[in-house]
Design a protein around this ligand. Structure first.
Ligand SMILES: Cc1ncc(COP(=O)(O)O)c(C=O)c1O
Length: 421
């Protein structure tokens, strides 16, 4: 008996996209959007990065530019530049990397989840609490048999990382081969990342317990303005988990160490190139040198072939053009600093505005959080009042995108927040 389509229940709207739709439909002249995770310039307009504009001119002038299919794995020159950007220089005799082009970061998360569910067959995937609103959905849809669990991440009492809770939970509850989703930098939604020392001790837990690290990198360059600094945790894990002896105790004479079976990185180019709609991404699967790559690669290609045959071409050409030309790359790094710098400035402007009112209390967390978002600490009721009374839109969990602020609206936003306190 076929299932009755007429009985399909209607799901609630996706919160992140619903906020944008509600904001666009609002006709109030002072409305403010702090909902969407997209960069806006000082006039609150979408910003096409000058480096991207320049790359498009270069591409336009190429007489031989065609529109053929890419191979199933995607564009090799793009993948090699993407790999270099996130993994830097690594010792290819110690670990192998299989890279596949994806539909932006979401596609990389999805492909990684589907591949691991089929091949690694972990019992659990551990996801930070809180996390990007799509992580649970991706794993629910792409890997329904993997049990989703959470690890504590944020202590709202101190507005800082609950490192103790995170490490203890992984140490106590994770089993060999479990997947642990980690935000490479600029954690969404909290804006709080582990310190380097904390990353180092996490790597020891992964090594000892043979856990599979799944790094989600959607904000490289947004946490510090420096792409290498923002990739530090990923590069450290690769060396520590897969180089014989690791970073901390290199013993090159010893044979290959038993450790995790691999790790992977979902890489998005949406935010750091402002290429949201072009859907440029990659999944990198890092395997110890003892593992042959042909099998895993063929399985990834099978999934890509079934899903989309091959990834889109235009956006990856832009990224590759920029990353392979020293002048364009320098220009892009300046663009990144422009974006991260403006966001930082808006963090301190909003804090100043709020704290200039004696009853506002301490808003220092706005400044020490990093990346695009601030986890404001506002409750659901306060967020609803901000929306309904003041036309200021943010996520119900209190996450606010700092790029929706400019010098012109910061006072209005601060006063609106004060009204909810
Ligand atoms: C943590 C995180 N991962 C992945 C993504 C994926 O974004 P996209 O699919 O646009 O690359 C986002 C976007 O908001 C994100 O915040």
């Amino acid at each position: 008996m076929p299932a009755p389509l007429a009985a399909i229940p209607t799901l609630p709207r996706d919160e992140a996209f619903a906020i944008t739709a509600d904001f666009l439909a609002d006709t109030h002249p002072r409305k403010v959007s702090l909902g969407a995770g997209v960069y806006r310039d000082e006039n609150l307009k979408p910003w096409v990065l000058p480096s991207v504009q320049a790359a498009k001119r270069v591409l336009n002038d190429l007489p031989s530019l065609d529109h053929e299919y890419l191979p199933i794995q995607g564009s090799e020159p793009f993948l090699s530049a993407a790999r270099q950007l996130i993994l830097g220089e690594y010792d290819a005799s110690q670990s192998h990397v299989v890279s596949v082009q994806t539909i932006s970061g979401t596609g990389a998360n999805h492909l990684g989840a589907a591949f691991l569910a089929e091949q690694l067959k972990p019992r659990h995937v551990f996801i930070s609490d809180p996390t990007w609103s799509n992580h649970h959905l991706v794993w629910e849809v792409a890997a329904p048999r993997v049990i989703r669990r959470t690890y504590p991440y944020y202590a709202s009492s101190t507005r800082s990382l609950d490192f103790e809770g995170m490490a203890t939970t992984l140490e106590r509850d994770a089993e060999e081969g479990d997947v642990v989703l980690l935000h490479a930098c600029a954690h969404n939604p909290t804006g709080v990342d582990p310190t380097r020392e904390q990353w180092k001790s996490l790597a020891q837990v992964f090594k000892r317990k043979k856990l599979f690290a799944f790094f989600d990198s959607a904000y490289q360059g947004f946490a510090t303005g420096d792409v290498d600094a923002d990739a530090w945790a990923i590069r450290y894990f690769q060396k520590e988990l897969f180089d014989r002896g690791g970073v901390s105790s290199r013993r090159p004479q010893e044979g290959p160490q038993e450790g995790p079976q691999g790790m992977c990185v979902a890489q998005s180019f949406a935010k750091n190139f402002g290429l949201y709609g072009e859907r440029v991404g990659a999944l990198h699967l890092v395997l110890p040198a003892r593992t042959q790559t042909a099998g895993p690669q063929s399985q990834l290609l099978r999934l890509v072939r079934a899903e989309m045959s091959n990834a889109p071409l235009f956006g990856c050409r832009i990224v590759h053009t920029i990353l392979s030309d020293p002048d364009l790359r320098a220009m892009w790094e300046r663009d990144l600093r422009t974006m991260s710098g403006r966001i930082k400035r808006m963090r301190s402007r909003l804090r100043q505005e709020l704290e200039s009112h004696p009853r506002a209390g301490d808003w220092s967390h706005l400044e020490f959080q990093v990346g695009m978002f601030s986890f404001t600490g506002l409750t659901r009721e306060q967020v609803v009042r901000l929306r309904d009374v003041h036309h200021v839109y943010l996520m119900l969990n209190g996450r606010a995108s700092m790029s929706g602020i400019n010098d012109e609206n910061v006072k209005y936003i601060a006063n609106a927040i004060l009204d909810t306190l």
